[in-house]
Design a binder for this molecule. Structure first.
Ligand code: 6PG
Length: 221
């Protein structure tokens, strides 16, 4: 596993923002655009705030989401609300290039609509992901799946992390991206990270090769 350590959460936020900004710019240099899926949860928030100050050709960036919670649009607990507050409301990405998941429609309808949107786009260049204490990532939790082949996004109804109803990129679609970056911070992620390093087939271990950006607290021993 390609694990890159930062000493503490503040350093991780800066180190991750620098790395992500570099990969966005590489993608834009290579193909003229970058299709980036953002992670939800709390960990990436500090990184998103640092990203605001990075030199990025924002006009060439397309934003997608790794998953979304089925809550009303604008709800404080939605992943796109956090992303807007921490980053998207502060940078000049054309609004038509921010592809949110219509999770307010309910998981089945939202997953279907998101699949249609994703089919019109190139494969994602970069996917940012978090790590749950149980080894979940995006909204793929232990015991979920297998999922139908060739499906870009899936409806989730029994997520153990509230809310239970969500939409998530499928593991197979996550694996198709050019690069995956997992952010993990804090001692609560030690056990999951240790199990993944030991080869336990947790959902975050089944997303393909990834760059793991972690702080010291998340790495046991
Ligand atoms: C969510 C995320 C989820 C998150 C992990 C880590 O909707 O919560 O998609 O996968 O990334 O649970 O969450 P924290 O960063 O808050 O620890």
């Amino acid at each position: 596993m390609d694990i890159r350590r930062s000493p503490d959460p503040q350093a991780l936020a800066i180190d991750a923002a620098v790395y992500i900004a570099g990969r966005i710019s590489d993608s834009i240099a290579e193909s003229g655009s970058c299709h980036l899926a953002l992670a939800g949860g709390r960990t990436p928030e500090a990184t998103y705030k640092c990203l605001r100050d990075m030199t990025i050709d924002w006009q060439r960036l397309h934003i997608w989401f790794g998953d979304e919670r089925c809550l009303p649009s604008g709800d404080e607990e939605r992943n796109d609300t956090m992303a807007r507050t921490a980053l998207l409301d502060h940078v000049p990405i054309p609004k038509e290039q921010i592809h949110t998941i219509a999770a307010e429609l309910g998981a089945t309808a939202a997953a279907s609509a998101y699949c249609e949107d994703l089919r019109l786009a190139p494969p994602l260049d970069l996917i940012l992901l978090g790590l749950g204490e149980d080894g979940h990532t995006a909204s793929i939790f232990p015991g979920h799946g297998p999922f139908p082949a060739g499906v870009e996004a899936v409806a989730i109804f029994d997520a153990p992390k509230p809310p239970p109803e969500r939409v998530s990129l499928s593991p197979a679609y996550i694996r198709q991206a050019s690069e995956r970056i997992v952010l993990a911070s804090g001692s609560s992620k030690q056990d999951a990270l240790k199990q993944i390093q030991a080869g336990k087939p947790l959902p975050a271990a089944k997303i393909g090769e990834a760059i793991w950006l972690v702080d010291e607290a998340a790495i046991s021993g």
